[in-house]
Design a protein around this ligand. Structure first.
Ligand code: GLN
Length: 455
């Protein structure tokens, strides 16, 4: 059973100056604001299961600039269908960066989404609306997609739990494709338990997605013991590797100390902590942006103004393609398509795309080796807490650099859980910092168990 809308447990470990419990239900631009009725019901803590779902198929269609703004998809994504079949109530669609490309939700066709902790700051992205809606207690859980960190980084910025499953754990059928070899549907919740229950509901093989796994789906929360019956060192002997490169230069000092605090807390719970080095870690960012842009330039070629979506008025075929795409896509998306087309072009393929694939293999192997020696790896979820709206809007490279902590996990196809582990100065009450816990492929059960004990 999902919890009712309550302040998350971790807040009791991090007393904030004053306002925590009465954190206002600020919101946020959303395509379809949550109605008064459902909002009131949430606040009165009614015991119904209330999911806010980001049906990416629906929402991306509604929220892209103008290309698909009158298109209504004729079916639900498998993840959404499974939740509806279980009785979930969809209370709204949430804002996101167009086609999932961005780290702030500022590249949305709609308004800018604000971070509930400080309305002058970004909620992260691309699934910023989903993170903000859980953070503001509009809903218990929500869905997003994670191609390079779009569930985990907004979870960190908004102080909620975010879970990126192993590639193949959740069907991608109905998810708007950004970079198909990296895309996964992920979960947000205000507690690890709720997030685990949501993952269980949407996981499992689907004949409509050839990359979905046939592995059995464990009940991720069945091993939970109540806080009162926990042993004093419930994680005795668990081998934890802190990735050295993620607490190096370039990471805010407040984030570093929150992660060191989290590591110390894991030790108190019985974990055996050591530093591990992944020398290829910094190669993840350039490799990711080359591969993701390349795949997106191919995936987005379907938006040609002929098959569906808005069509330009030209009678000549090439002009029709060009005009429909020029008018339909926002500037970030156009930039990605250009970068990807360049990386895939005949003269540059070997230098960019092929090399990035080779780097991807190296990264996969280094994570595999580190996870052979450690049960879990830990790192910050982002090098900083939420920054100001507009701060990085005109500096895409600075924005991309903020994805350094998350992209490697997608390149390696691994699962990772992000949960709040502390605060840094900022805003009226402080800004949340997220701890990222990375596991071996299909080992989400361990992540959920450790996260539940940690929080
Ligand atoms: N910020 C990254 C990008 O723009 C990741 C996005 C995502 O995971 N959808 O590509």
């Amino acid at each position: 059973m999902l919890s009712t809308i309550q302040p998350p447990r971790y807040l009791s470990r991090f007393p904030l100056r004053g306002r925590t419990k009465s954190r206002p239900f600020h919101i946020l631009s959303s395509a379809q604001p949550v109605t008064k009725t459902s909002f009131a019901a949430d606040q009165s803590q009614i015991l119904s299961i209330r999911y806010s779902l980001l049906n990416r198929h629906l929402s991306a269609v509604e929220l892209t600039h103008s290309y698909l703004n009158r298109y209504r998809p004729p079916f639900d994504a498998t993840a959404v269908k499974r939740l509806k079949d279980l009785g979930a109530i969809v209370v709204g669609k949430t804002n996101l960066d167009e086609f999932g490309m961005g780290s702030t939700t500022e590249a949305s066709a709609f308004k800018v989404t604000a971070n509930p902790w400080d309305l002058s700051r970004v909620p992260g992205g691309s699934s910023g609306g989903s993170a903000a809606s859980v953070s503001a207690r509009q809903c218990v859980v929500s869905l997003g997609s994670d191609t390079g960190g779009s569930v985990r980084q907004p979870a960190s910025f908004c102080g909620v739990v975010g879970l990126k499953p192993t590639y193949g754990r959740v069907s991608r059928f109905g998810l708007m494709a950004y970079a198909s070899s990296l895309d996964v549907i992920g979960c947000f919740g205000s507690s690890v338990a709720d997030t685990g229950i949501l993952l269980h509901a949407i996981s499992g093989h689907d004949s409509l997605d050839a990359t979905s796994s046939k592995r059995e789906v464990p009940d991720f929360t069945s091993q939970f013991t109540s806080a009162s019956s926990l042993k004093s060192r419930p994680l005795e002997g668990l081998r934890v590797g802190l990735i050295r490169e993620t607490v190096d230069a370039g990471v805010d000092s407040g984030v570093k100390s929150a992660i060191q605090g989290a590591a110390a807390h894991l030790e108190q719970l019985g974990c055996v902590l050591k530093e591990v080095s992944l020398p290829s870690f910094s190669l993840g960012l350039p490799a990711y942006y080359i591969l993701a842009s390349s795949e997106s330039s191919s995936n987005l070629s379907r938006y040609d103004g002929v098959r569906y979506g808005n069509q330009a008025s030209s009678d000549e075929l090439n002009a029709l393609y060009e005009e429909s795409r020029a008018k339909g896509f926002g500037s970030e998306v156009k930039m990605r398509i250009l970068m990807g087309t360049y990386a895939l072009s005949a003269g540059y393929y070997d230098a960019y795309y092929k090399r990035a694939q080779q780097v991807r293999t190296i990264i996969r192997k280094s994570f595999k080796a580190a996870l052979d020696e450690n049960d879990i790896l830990i790192s910050p979820a982002a090098p900083s807490a939420a920054y100001k709206i507009g701060e990085k809007k005109n500096d895409p490279l600075a924005m991309y650099a903020g994805d350094i902590m998350t992209v490697n996990v997608n390149l390696a196809g691994l699962p990772a859980l992000v949960l709040p582990c502390g605060f840094v100065e900022g805003g009226a009450v402080g800004l949340p910092v997220g701890l990222q816990i990375i596991g071996a492929a299909f080992d989400e059960e361990k992540l959920v168990k450790v996260g539940h004990i940690f929080e």
